[in-house]
Design a protein around this ligand. Structure first.
Ligand code: FAD
Ligand code: UDP
Length: 372
């Protein structure tokens, strides 16, 4: 590396870092982006295998109701018409997700919204839950025990490695509940997959930045920090502060990718396994994200895992203990004048891609305005 002084050292070449680099570059700023992985893109990275864009870190479907964000991403790629409609496999029985009239018909043979609502109401009233205090109570009070026991409880407890009674209620509110025959997993106005995968977007965003891969910020912290006026940090916030208040908890995943010599393995991009016995939560068949017609296929089994140092921290665990601990780190972060913290790990939030883009744009625009 040479001695150039950069305006920004961006730690993490994920979506947050890439949006920041793109906007700063447009404003004439020089950015050095480092990532400890061997590729850019963070968790949206895709690897092309047999002509199929494989989402190496789990299924990524872009969705938003924010027209500005939709227009923003569309300047980097053409989005296809993919609509996420996962299936749930519970001990061999198949159900449509999210919870909608198809699911209710499959479960109870009720064919009208009124009959489905009555069925749920009968079940929910018996429980007498006034104010749901955790994910279990929230789910039960929304859909009742039949759906909770077949489609939510075991999946959730596998995914998070803890009882649903110890998880925050907001997690289950990510899933729509509707009384129409509509299997669209999202309520958002806009949805799709970028043709050619997410790398198309990331490559364009990072085109004007200098990039160093296989570089862990903490291995060269001082030398790297000296190379720029400011740092944009998108890694784990507790690691940045040397875990001084203790460790935040994360949930990790393990992915098993398999090439299969058949054109179509499961007929759908996403199939969730909602029973306790199956060790993985979902199987992804990547070609279906882009309506692929290749003679072969690639499928990925997604296994939830405990997080420990050295593993990838995919999900923050936003329970009370961790949320309080995060607040302490956030106070420290606010005092770091030359560091901008952003992204899923540095803000310790269950952000989707559209949230990340919105937050990155807000932060970079504020920063660029202040630096004028
Ligand atoms: P990341 O993508 O995690 O990028 C952070 C980068 O920083 C990584 O590349 C990491 O290697 C690097 N880094 C960390 N520490 C260091 C260090 N010390 N030194 C150097 N580099 C470092 N969102 C949706 O909108 N739709 C979906 O369908 C969807 N599905 C998802 C499925 C899964 C399984 C997961 C885990 C997430 C999903 N998301 C989805 C969320 C989406 O992945 C995130 O919102 C987004 O990718 C976060 O971007 P980021 O830049 O904050 O973080
Ligand atoms: N969930 C569930 N059953 C399913 C799918 C999801 O109970 O078949 C619950 C589970 O608690 C999960 C949450 O809904 O953590 C959010 O699901 P989502 O698909 O949004 O999770 P992600 O794709 O972020 O892992």
């Amino acid at each position: 590396m040479t001695d150039i002084k950069y305006d920004y050292l961006i730690v993490g070449a994920g979506l947050f870092g890439a949006v920041f680099a793109y906007e700063a570059g447009k404003a004439g700023k020089k950015c050095l982006v480092v990532d400890k992985r061997s590729h850019t893109g963070g968790n949206v990275y895709c690897e092309n295998i047999d002509g199929i864009n494989v989402h190496k870190y789990g299924a990524h479907i872009f969705h938003t109701s924010n027209k500005d964000i939709w227009d923003y991403v569309n300047q980097f790629a053409v989005f296809n018409r993919y609509t996420n409609s996962p299936l749930a496999n519970y001990k061999g029985e198949l159900y449509n997700l999210p919870f909608n009239m198809n699911t209710f018909y499959q479960l109870w043979k009720v064919a009208t919204p009124e009959a489905a609502q009555m069925k749920i109401r009968e079940q929910v009233e018996k429980l007498n839950i006034k104010e749901p205090k955790n994910l279990e109570e929230q789910a039960l009070s929304l859909v009742g025990p039949d759906i909770y026991n077949k489609l939510i409880k075991d999946y959730t407890e596998k995914q998070w490695g803890r009882p649903a009674t110890e998880l925050p209620a907001f997690i289950i509110k990510r899933l729509p509940l509707r009384f129409t025959y509509d299997n669209n997993y999202f309520d958002d106005k806009y949805q799709g997959i970028p043709e050619g995968g997410y790398n198309v977007i990331i490559d364009k965003m990072l085109a004007n930045a200098d990039i160093c891969l296989n570089v862990d910020f903490f291995a060269e912290r001082e030398a790297l920090s000296e190379r720029a006026h400011k740092i944009v940090y998108t890694g784990m916030i507790d690691q940045y502060f040397n875990y001084c208040y203790g460790k935040l908890e994360y949930r990790s995943l393990h992915f098993e990718h398999e090439q299969r010599n058949i054109p179509n393995y499961q007929g759908n991009a996403v199939v969730n396994y909602t029973d306790k016995e199956t060790p993985y939560t979902r199987i992804i068949e990547h070609k279906h994200f882009e309506f692929g017609t290749q003679p072969v296929t690639v499928v990925t089994k997604e296994y939830p895992a405990d997080w420990s140092e050295g593993k990838e921290p995919y999900y923050p665990i936003n329970d009370d203990r961790n949320s309080n601990l995060y607040k302490q780190y956030k106070e420290l972060a606010e005092k770091e004048m030359n560091v901008i913290f952003g992204g899923r790990l540095a803000e310790y939030k269950y952000y989707d891609m559209h949230h990340i883009i919105a937050h990155a744009l807000k932060k970079v625009r504020l920063e660029l305005d202040n630096s004028k």
